[in-house]
Design a protein around this ligand. Structure first.
Ligand SMILES: NC(=O)c1ccc[n+]([C@@H]2O[C@H](COP(=O)([O-])OP(=O)(O)OC[C@H]3O[C@@H](n4cnc5c(N)ncnc54)[C@H](OP(=O)(O)O)[C@@H]3O)[C@@H](O)[C@H]2O)c1
Length: 244
């Protein structure tokens, strides 16, 4: 388990600091325990948050991750219960399979993060994205019937473990964050800051094509200036190979 990069406390002092943080930790639901969901589970538990994590096969398949991190494995129906932040980290094609009412028991004002990317070869053709021009996250938002914040979609999962830096570090990476719900966006940006990354406000969901696959910012490892420039340089055309 990696520690926070700027946590220099040790021994009893370190445990006390951890307990203090844990007491103030948020309840976070993570749906998807693969590359991105697994590593977010690792980091968010290390920061003292109370993470419930779900996959498609059930909590009994998540015991190793639970033992490693202290996260609570739950059936997907329970992943959002009481959560202030819910992170959806599953393949786009699986989003319509999520149970109806998934967010009904989440905390008031829950922020829902969409990490997804649409790859037609993997996800099958989604006509509303390909033909009607919906952004990927607007499509996901419609499936979930709840506002989403697009974040982490262009971030290498391994960087979540390897690249956190304290605020102000010259090599701190920045992540673009898009969404229409400003309060939720603020909450998600604060969480990303806590994870050790800067953020750039990439606008509303209808602007979020600027961070979809094959754009200049997708997979870019850069700070605020580089990410801002890359978002501005994006063009709206989808390459034929990214269309279903
Ligand atoms: N890999 C990256 O570096 C990265 C970075 C940024 C964004 N993304 C995007 O984030 C999304 C997830 O990517 P990933 O690489 O983390 O995928 P992954 O490693 O294949 O993991 C997918 C996870 O989703 C779970 N899942 C699938 N269907 C589900 C359902 N109906 N209900 C609950 N859980 C379900 C899977 O559970 P089971 O194993 O039990 O089926 C698995 O835990 C994709 O859209 C991807 O494009 C990936």
């Amino acid at each position: 388990m990696s520690e926070e990069p700027d946590n220099r406390t040790t021994g009893a002092e370190g445990s006390a600091a951890h307990l203090r943080k844990a007491r103030h930790g948020m309840k976070i639901g993570i749906i998807g325990a693969g590359n991105i969901g697994g590593n977010l589970t690792r980091r968010l538990t290390a920061l003292g948050h109370h993470v419930s994590v779900a996959n498609s096969r059930g909590p009994h398949t998540l015991t190793a991750l639970a033992e490693e991190t202290g996260a609570t494995p739950v059936p997907v129906e329970e992943a959002a219960r009481g959560a202030e932040i819910v992170i959806v980290a599953i393949p786009v094609k699986a989003v319509p399979d999520l149970p109806a009412g998934l967010l009904d028991e989440a905390a008031d004002g829950v922020a829902v993060v969409d990490t997804g990317n649409y790859y037609p070869q993997r996800d099958g053709k989604i006509a509303q994205i390909d033909d009607e021009g919906l952004t990927e996250s607007r499509w996901t938002q419609r499936q979930l019937d709840h506002p989403v914040i697009k974040a982490f979609n262009g971030t290498y999962a391994q960087d979540i473990l390897d690249r956190p830096r304290p605020a102000g570090a010259p090599d701190r990476l920045a992540l673009p964050v898009a969404g229409d719900d400003e309060a939720a966006k603020r909450k998600v940006r604060a969480l990303i800051d806590e994870l050790g990354f800067d953020t750039v406000d990439a606008g509303g969901l209808d602007d979020s094509w600027r961070q979809q696959p094959d754009t200049p910012v997708y997979g870019l490892r850069a700070g605020i200036d580089g990410v801002t420039k890359a978002l501005a340089e994006a063009g709206p055309e989808r390459k034929p190979e990214l269309r279903g």
